[in-house]
Design a protein around this ligand. Structure first.
Ligand code: PLP
Length: 413
């Protein structure tokens, strides 16, 4: 399940710019010698890295295949058509735009395609796991649109469907956004479709996190339900950093124009080629098995953390994501993250619904790519709890982490 072959450490870079080459090697070493539990990260394959480091990086290609504003696009056009065709067949979508530079750019383009400044939009509030692009005042979304936040139930941690329905009826939004940076459960897309239809709103699914699970059949697909699906290609999907938009044929032209020329310039052809490689990988039985293992690992991790006394939000997970409150172990999320970082366990803090302290957000996409399974999840949970409690000294914990990851090199030589 782990990727084979080390990424080429470009000798040419070592010779020409040893200072920078040293930094790249240092980062590769950091990724290989510490534990990557950041839910949004993964290890893409050497083939994806090869496409990213290819001559396609030199090519200017404003526009779309067959209709570019630059000459010499005949070959990159083939690459983009391949990426689009693979995305369409992977997700069963009528249309795919693979040019979005990031997940946020994809969301910006979706809003540009469907909304006008000042429109009302319903989305999961940031304290409950909404993304910055879901109405944060620090983001264009909060500045240009009138966001109404829905939340999660204080008891169960699950999206409050009654509240969604009531807010939709009261505010009559132009669009409803479903999707989250931290929600560990499947989203009921049929429910959101029903509410959107009732109030005449567009449904935008921001599936940046689960889209990789969708590709492998380990999570339900938003494609049959949402008018527009926004996604990233670098999270569980394990491709290059970037975004993607899926939609029906009737919105295809509006979505394409919203990406270019409305919100972006030239397409990044090396990234689009790398997306094509990743879509090709994601269509294999091996990737489907990977995504099911990602979820199995997350479930075991969640259960083992709960056994250690950590409060797992919603009582578990359906996905690669686990959010948890370490308070019963005597520290808040920020302190816990600091102790864990010192031990070489890299993860994020997250908002905790209905609490004023921060929690921890972990994901199993990267460790599963490395080949870790049930046994390692239990080891990680025990070590994490020991470090957070202050039972395991950080030097000793760091040694244990090194020992653990040493058996699962992300890029074996
Ligand atoms: C990760 C994420 C994004 C943004 O992706 P970037 O590539 O960092 O811009 C947007 N929405 C959701 C729900 C995400 O999880």
């Amino acid at each position: 399940m782990s990727v084979t072959h080390a990424p080429q450490t470009a000798d040419v870079l070592t010779r020409q710019d040893p200072e920078l080459a040293e930094i790249l090697l240092g980062e590769l070493h950091r990724q290989s010698s510490t534990l990557q539990l950041i839910a949004a990260e993964n290890f893409c394959s050497p083939a994806v890295l090869a496409a990213l480091g290819s001559a396609l990086a030199n090519k200017y290609a404003e526009g779309y295949p067959g209709a570019r504003h630059h000459g010499g696009c005949e070959i990159v056009d083939v690459a983009e058509r391949l990426a689009v065709d693979r995305a369409k067949s992977l997700f069963g979508a009528e249309h795919a735009n693979v040019q979005s530079h990031s997940g946020s750019s994809a969301v910006l383009a979706a809003y540009a395609a469907l909304l006008r400044p000042g429109d009302t939009v319903l989305a999961l509030g940031l304290p409950y796991g909404g993304h910055l692009t879901h109405g944060s005042p620090a983001n264009f979304s909060g500045r240009w649109f009138d966001f109404v936040p829905y939340g999660v139930d204080a008891e169960t941690g699950l999206i409050d469907h009654d509240q969604v329905r009531t807010l939709a009826r009261t505010h009559r939004p132009k669009a409803i956004v479903c999707g989250s940076i931290a929600y560990p459960r499947h989203i009921d897309y049929a429910f959101f479709r029903e509410v959107a239809d009732e109030v005449g709103a567009y449904l935008i699914a921001d599936a940046a996190h689960p889209i990789g699970l969708v590709a492998g059949g380990a999570a339900p697909s938003p494609v049959p339900y949402a008018d527009v699906v926004c996604a990233t290609t670098h999270k569980v999907l394990r491709g290059p950093r970037g975004g993607m938009i899926l939609c029906g044929g009737e919105l295809a032209e509006r979505v394409d124009r919203a990406v270019f020329p409305f919100t972006q310039g030239g397409a990044q052809m090396h990234t689009i080629a790398a997306k094509a490689v990743a879509f090709g990988e994601a269509a294999t039985p091996a990737f489907a098995a990977y995504t099911h293992q990602v979820v199995a690992n997350a479930r075991i991790l969640a259960a083992a953390l709960a056994d250690e006394g950590i409060v797992v939000t919603t009582g578990g997970t359906d996905t690669h994501l686990v959010t948890a409150d370490p308070a019963p172990l005597g520290v808040d999320g920020r302190t816990a993250r600091g102790r864990l970082a010192a031990a070489g366990m890299v993860l994020d803090c997250c908002a905790l619904p209905h609490a004023d302290t921060r929690g921890l957000r972990l994901g199993t996409a990267a460790v599963t790519t490395q080949g870790m399974a049930e046994k390692e999840m239990e080891r990680i949970a025990a070590l994490l709890a020991g470090v957070v409690r202050g039972d395991v000294e950080s030097v000793r914990a760091r040694e244990e982490v090194r020992d653990l990851v040493g058996g699962f090199p992300p890029y074996p030589a």
